[in-house]
Design a protein around this ligand. Structure first.
Ligand SMILES: Cc1cc2nc3c(=O)[nH]c(=O)nc-3n(C[C@H](O)[C@H](O)[C@H](O)COP(=O)(O)OP(=O)(O)OC[C@H]3O[C@@H](n4cnc5c(N)ncnc54)[C@H](O)[C@@H]3O)c2cc1C
Length: 604
């Protein structure tokens, strides 16, 4: 049996992004001991990459905004399959969470009278995104990290959780390993909060960093929790496409919020060609009106470039498929054109979008103040995740909580930009609060050493297959290629079935993976350990997508291109079946209460 370093915490948080840090701060503030484990260094979680801003109805720029409009926008964007209670809590509580961040020292861009400035973003009726240029995530992480450090949290960096340990249906701790030395660590905890982010690394073209391998989703599922809405994967419309080495890197929606337009190779602003009926009343029908909206004219309606991401991504794919794409297979995103409207356009662009300016200058030798960018869709975010109670964020496993991107509910079939950072704050806080409460009310569950030994034995198995086994990189690369090709923006039954066959074969290949060398600094081993998680989430996505025989939000079926109102009342829930096979259970979404239905009707 391996030797473990053992740690005890009342609450253990897995993940140091916005959700994990916010949960840890809240739990520590209520007097329990808190440990925080993260795969990379503190401050380097994926949240740091967030650019555009945090959505919250502060109404600083447009006083017509309120939680009610934000709620209605989120439900419309999610095509009404959202967990409505989470969408309501999020819209109501986001403004307080942003003001709290400001009080903790976050330096936001300002209105002329000194309030937090808010910018336009897709699907939000009014300017709603509190931001710091296009580096909002950096400011958010910096502020939360300072706060967490002073709260006295024990941080375990470069440490990857491999398995949740359970006692019956109650979480008891986790088995992890430190990535530098490869030694195992056993954490005992009364409550565990998963805040591990998304799954983007299951795809070839993605805006996501290396950490996004669906670990939290897979850990929860294996421990007996349910996953929901996994078919809804968001393909952000604008990622870099050229040069190939930077393909997938995000181009923030903030570019369109500041007046950027999408054109095809003929210079046509194609987004005016297809405005969905649900958005027609809110969308400008001419270019001049769209421009006035981006400049704060309250009488104007938003330009069609600011329609929801799912729709914009499909319009781009349509242009490319019709042969009207840019030279490298995307379309053009042009912010330089505002030089025709503003005398100081170049300065304005550099001030509002400094990261985008440098990103294109350094990576593609493009000056975005003078030339259009070439962009195309990139895998960005997963709306699906661990099913949680909307008030407490607890999963169906007792003492196991989830928050942030790895939890599901608030976004339904499509997330509005900016709603993730506010989700992290609102539900990170709630998860921390209720996890601490759970820890105070329960004695520690018994840790079964046998489970820890089994998890460590599994983790070390690739070293026993001395040579001739499959390379973990080859499996990862094939999975990413095939997910991109078969479970991407446009899906069909035949392709989804093919994807499931590929995933099943790759599962067998993973059982043959062989790793050379030893446990220290072994990136091949780290990749091998990520693979079962990537395959698990890929299977959940493909199975859920196969079962949803309609098109809704981010999920588009070429063989079922319309919405099906019956399926619009159903969530796809994925559970571990008897014998370990994956089981998919369609479940009815509870009806909205009358007062929330009235809010939605009023805002239509
Ligand atoms: C380029 C980019 C720009 C974006 N811009 C915006 C924006 O402007 N507004 C917005 O609302 N959203 C934006 N998003 C989305 C948003 O940033 C993410 O959804 C959000 O940051 C996720 O936060 P999180 O706390 O859930 O997870 P993360 O910030 O990803 O943190 C996950 C943490 O979990 C840890 N972890 C993962 N697995 C394990 C494991 N097995 N063991 C231990 N630790 C583990 C990681 O190390 C990390 O610390 C953007 C995303 C990208 C990629």
């Amino acid at each position: 049996m391996p030797e473990y370093q053992v740690y005890d915490h009342d609450v253990l948080v897995i993940g140091a992004g916005g959700a994990g840090l916010r949960a840890a701060i809240e739990a520590a503030g209520s007097g329990v001991t808190v440990g925080l484990v993260c795969k990379s260094l503190l401050g380097k979680a994926h949240t740091v990459m967030a650019e555009g801003g945090i959505a919250a109805a502060l109404a600083n720029v447009d006083d017509r905004d309120s939680w009610r409009v934000h709620f209605a926008d989120t439900m419309r964007g999610g095509q009404y399959v959202n967990n409505w209670r989470m969408a309501e809590l999020h819209a109501r509580e986001a403004p307080d969470r942003v003001r709290e961040l400001e009080a903790w020292g976050a330096v936001f861009d300002r209105t002329e009278d000194g309030r937090i400035l808010q910018r336009n973003f897709g699907g939000h009726r009014y300017p709603r995104l509190a931001h710091v240029g296009d580096r909002t995530g950096l400011e958010m992480i910096r502020t939360l990290q300072d706060r967490a450090t002073y709260a006295g949290i024990d941080v375990h960096m470069e440490c990857t959780v491999l398995s949740l340990l359970t006692d019956d249906n109650r979480v008891a701790g986790v088995l992890a390993y430190d990535r530098e030395r490869g030694r195992f660590r056993l954490f005992r905890a009364r409550a565990v909060v998963l805040a591990t982010g998304g799954v983007g690394r299951a795809y070839k073209i993605t805006s996501n960093s290396w950490e996004y391998t669906g670990d939290g989703h897979a850990l929860a599922y294996r421990a007996g929790a349910e996953l929901v809405d996994m078919e809804y994967v968001q393909f952000h419309p604008t990622g870099m496409i050229w040069p190939p080495s930077v393909c997938g890197i995000l181009v923030t929606e903030g570019v369109r919020g500041e007046g950027g337009i999408l054109t095809n190779k003929d210079g046509r602003r194609f987004m005016f060609d297809d405005i969905p009926p649900a958005y027609r009343a809110q969308t400008a029908d001419n270019e001049e009106e769209g421009w006035r909206y981006t400049q704060g004219d309250k009488a104007a309606r938003r330009p069609p470039e600011l329609l929801t991401r799912d729709h914009v991504a499909r319009c781009i794919v349509r242009e490319i498929k019709a042969g009207r794409g840019s030279p490298h297979g995307g379309v053009f995103l042009d912010i330089a054109w505002i030089g025709r409207k503003l005398s100081n356009a170049a300065d304005h662009i550099q001030r509002k979008l400094p990261s985008m300016y440098h990103q294109f200058k350094q990576l593609a030798d493009i000056d975005i103040t003078r030339e259009p960018m070439e962009v195309g869709p990139t895998t960005h975010y997963i709306m699906g995740g661990v099913r949680v109670d909307p008030e407490t964020q607890m999963s169906s496993v007792e003492g196991l909580f989830a928050a942030g991107e790895c939890a599901a509910g608030i976004n339904g079939a499509n997330r509005l930009g900016g709603n993730s950072l506010s989700d992290l704050l609102v539900f990170g806080k709630r998860a921390g609060q209720y996890a601490a409460c759970f820890a105070r009310q329960h004695t520690a569950a018994a840790v079964d050493d046998g489970q820890a030994d089994e998890a460590s034995r599994r983790a070390l198995a690739p070293f026993d297959r001395a040579s001739g086994g499959t390379s973990p990189y080859a499996i990862q690369s094939e999975l990413q290629e095939r997910m991109q090709e078969l479970v991407g923006i446009v899906r069909t039954e035949a392709e989804l079935r093919q994807a499931l066959d590929v995933i099943a074969r790759l599962h067998d290949d993973v059982a043959q993976v062989a790793i050379g060398g030893h446990r220290e600094y072994n990136t091949g081993w780290h990749t091998a350990l990520d693979l079962p998680n990537l395959l698990l989430v890929s299977e959940a996505i493909a199975r859920s997508a196969l079962e949803r025989r309609e098109s809704r939000g981010a999920h588009f079926r070429d063989d079922y291109p319309d919405k099906d109102s019956a399926l619009g009342r159903i969530s796809m829930v994925v559970k571990r079946g008897p014998g370990g096979s994956m089981r998919l259970v369609p479940e009815l979404i509870p009806d909205l209460p009358g007062e929330l239905t009235a809010v939605i009707e009023e805002m239509k």
